[in-house]
Write a protein that binds this ligand. Structure first.
Ligand code: HEM
Ligand code: FES
Length: 720
């Protein structure tokens, strides 16, 4: 956070600071978002006047309360359920354009595809006739340089001529549309909203928006697509992984929007004296908020400079802005980018960037994308040569931010071994022999095979980056997952996993630790014990089982934790006495436990008299997100950052209702276990149903898990 005299702007670069500026449109007005960075000389102003140029407030630079009133009136076309119908035409266009160069072996993807298709899609979405499409390109370049560039005096004159013509063309199109306002498309919706609500959607807005939306809807998406291909083809590993596993496409798109977004900086102006990131900003101070920097802030992102298509919080990037003004078209852009990637990884997986290209960008402070992107390939190797049906085999994705559940990594089963009666140890490795991501004690992975998906704690060593180990207890009376894995998993099999994720983190600041493991619950506990031993901490590990032969990690526990270990075996008469074991708890100690629900409930009951935060429990499932519409009540939530009111139906979770309203809330477990979907609550009476918050946190009534918790009565107001 600093003032740049050269720019005349306060430059905001940290993730949390950028988000906090976006979050408050009253204190940080967007009114300067489309202001010319370089003021026009009088001659340029004359040229613009000649065309009647009069760009006023649109949506993106409008203040409250007018902005929200307008946004609400015009939101419908952007809702996920109304965007689905555009996907088939995007896909058809992608296929047609690719057909043109498929057998050539070389193409400039910007010139031959990525510039035009987003323009056609934008015009179609807006309901604008596409007869002037060719001219629009020149206009758009002029608009970008005029608004966000540093043109010289001479350049300003030429640019003003084009901006003026852009204004006139946009207005002519608008007048034609207004002559018969019954058409389909968002600009027709806007014209009709103007007729019904002229105060909220005034004439000046209509004229300005017609020009601004063409740039907003088109260039942003063209550039983001080209950036994505440039990024993935520069990191062949990521590209190859997407080719092998197209289910990764939505997360790859999000990661590319993070590391190479098409809007790198945006603007606000302070309406009062204030402070950002500890730096004082005077009233009237102009802010340049650098999303590209926030998106790589090491305080927020792990390994921020790596392209990691398995990053499960990539969708937290700020490329689309955040809060009340967050991009309305984000889900159209995502859909287009996913379709393009899907068509290429299937039909031309062997393309590569042509040698010797440099990334040339239009000189400006906000829009980023290469002027050309040349790729090459050997047409003889096109998969369609051997299997023409490939062309028709696309993958469709749900509209919206990617679900974390879908981010699956392929791993190979390196080894399996029965370590005890009913306990199968499975070692997993990267199929190409690369290192696997690191993890921390308490972490788990989801093992996925067809419709079966089960969570297993990692129980090897975090230092082992070649393999991940899990131990699977066969539960014949269970839901069938463990039996399936026991009966089918063999060395050499390729399986899918999500994670590692850690919902059961070890707080390494405690004075001492009591670890209580029941049965297969030993798996996360042993890795915690390993860490505590390594760090020289005071700890004791209690390992309980029904019989010795069924205790899968007994040998390892004895070998590694002999002195610190107490073993309790039911059929040998050494059952654990929890009350006795825990009576010696000292101030500052923490208790961690994983095992049968009965044992966890007993610990939970005992913990009521312990200081807050002493007990940590690992649950593997809850029924908390299963709703009984007979018993549930519908309720309303008001979103303070977005200015929306959302209805939550009796058969819907708050998370589902928010997603349907186009609000991205990250989620992971979907059942109140992980804390990912936490939202801040400003008002209302929360009915907590998660397993994450402590009783003190619940009583504070300021946070809730959107995937399962509801309201006890009345409305909720959320900081979203
Ligand atoms: C606003 C980025 C695609 C329509 C914005 C904002 C950004 C942005 C940074 C300002 C956010 C803020 O002030 O908080 C992008 C990017 C895109 C994209 C990176 C592509 C990758 C689209 C598309 C459309 C669209 C395809 C329409 C079809 C809008 C509108 C707003 C907006 C209407 C104004 C929202 C408001 O102020 O309430 N976009 N955009 N955008 N975008 Fe996009
Ligand atoms: Fe895990 Fe809601 S998504 S608690």
């Amino acid at each position: 956070m600093f003032y740049s005299p050269e720019l005349g702007y306060w430059v905001v670069t940290r993730y949390e600071d950028v988000k906090s500026v976006f979050r408050d449109p009253l204190l940080f007005s967007p009114s300067n978002a489309l202001e010319k960075v370089t003021p026009a000389p009088p001659e340029a102003q004359e040229i613009l006047k000649k065309y009647g140029f009069d760009l006023q407030r649109t949506m993106v630079n409008e203040d409250e309360p007018q902005h929200m009133e307008r946004r609400r009136l015009l939101l419908d076309a952007f809702l996920p359920e109304n965007l689905i119908k555009h996907e088939p035409s995007v896909r058809n266009l992608a296929r047609q354009y690719m057909d043109r160069f498929l057998d050539k072996g070389r193409a400039d993807l910007v010139a031959e595809m990525f510039y035009e298709i987003p323009l056609t899609v934008a015009l179609h979405f807006l309901g604008v006739p596409d007869d002037g499409a060719e001219e629009l390109k020149q206009f758009a370049v002029a608009h970008t340089l005029n608004t966000w560039g540093r043109p010289t005096r001479e350049e300003q004159l030429a640019i003003s001529e084009n901006v003026g013509r852009f204004w006139k063309t946009a207005n002519d199109i608008l007048d034609r549309m207004r002559a018969d306002p019954t058409g389909e498309g968002w600009m027709y919706d806007t014209i009709r909203a103007h007729m019904d609500h002229p105060e909220a959607v005034p004439e000046s807005y209509l004229r300005s928006m017609m020009m601004a939306i063409l740039a907003a809807a088109h260039e942003t998406t063209s550039n983001a697509t080209s950036n994505m291909f440039w990024t993935l083809l520069s990191d062949r590993t990521a590209w190859d992984e997407v080719c092998e596993n197209p289910a990764l496409i939505p997360s790859a798109v999000e990661e590319c929007l993070r590391v190479a977004g098409s809007i790198v900086a945006w603007r606000r102006i302070a309406t009062d004296d204030t402070e950002v990131g500890g730096v004082k900003i005077p009233k009237g101070g102009k802010l340049m908020i650098v999303q590209a920097s926030a998106n790589k802030d090491g305080r927020y992102w792990e390994n921020p400079d790596d392209i990691d298509i398995y990053r499960d919080n990539a969708a937290d990037h700020l490329t689309f802005g955040y809060g009340a003004h967050q991009c309305m078209g984000k889900n159209i852009a995502r859909m287009e980018m996913r379709v393009f990637l899907d068509e290429f990884v299937r039909r031309l997986p062997h393309i590569r960037l042509a040698d010797g290209q440099t990334f040339r960008n239009l000189p400006n402070m906000s829009f980023r994308g290469p002027e050309s992107l040349v790729v090459e390939w050997d047409p003889a190797l096109n998969p369609e040569k051997t299997d023409p049906a490939i062309k028709e085999r696309g993958t469709s994705f749900k509209i919206g931010a990617p679900a974390k559940d879908d981010i699956l990594r392929q791993v190979v089963v390196a080894e399996t071994e029965m370590t005890a009666d009913g306990v199968l140890r499975v070692a997993l490795a990267d199929p190409r022999g690369r290192s696997l991501p690191s993890w921390t004690p308490g972490a788990h992975i989801d093992l996925v095979s067809g419709d079966i998906r089960r969570k297993y704690s990692l129980c090897g060593s975090p230092q082992d980056t070649r393999t991940w180990q899990v131990a699977i207890l066969r539960e014949d009376a269970g839901r069938g997952g463990s039996v399936h894995f026991h009966e089918t998993l063999q060395a050499g099999d390729v399986v899918q996993v999500a994670g590692p994720k850690n919902h059961f983190k070890l707080d390494e600041t405690a004075a001492g630790y009591v670890l209580v493991a029941g049965g297969i619950g030993i798996t996360p506990m042993i890795t915690m014990a390993d860490r505590l031993k390594h760090d020289g901490k005071r700890y004791r590990l209690y390992y309980c089982g029904s019989s010795r032969g069924r205790m899968g990690l007994l040998e390892r526990a004895i070998a590694d934790h002999g002195e610190a270990l107490s073993v309790h075996i039911g059929d040998e008469g050494s059952r654990i006495d929890l009350a006795a074991v825990l009576s010696g708890l000292r101030v500052g100690d923490q208790v961690y436990s994983c095992g049968p629900e009965r044992m966890l409930d007993a610990l939970d009951a005992m913990s009521q008299t312990w200081p807050e935060g002493t007990l940590h429990i690992e649950h593997f499932s809850t029924g908390s997100s299963i709703l009984d519409p007979e018993k549930e009540l519908p309720f309303q939530v008001e979103l303070s950052d977005s200015g929306l009111t959302v209805e939550v139906a009796r058969d819907q979770t708050l998370l589902d209702a928010l997603t349907s309203a186009g609000i991205d809330v990250p989620c992971d477990c979907n059942e109140g276990l992980c804390g990912t979907c936490e939202v801040a609550v400003l008002e209302g009476d929360i009915d907590h149903r998660d397993r994450v918050l402590t009783s003190t946190e619940r009583k504070a009534n300021t946070r809730m898990m959107a995937c399962c918790s509801r309201t006890k009565a009345g409305k909720l107001r959320l900081a979203l």
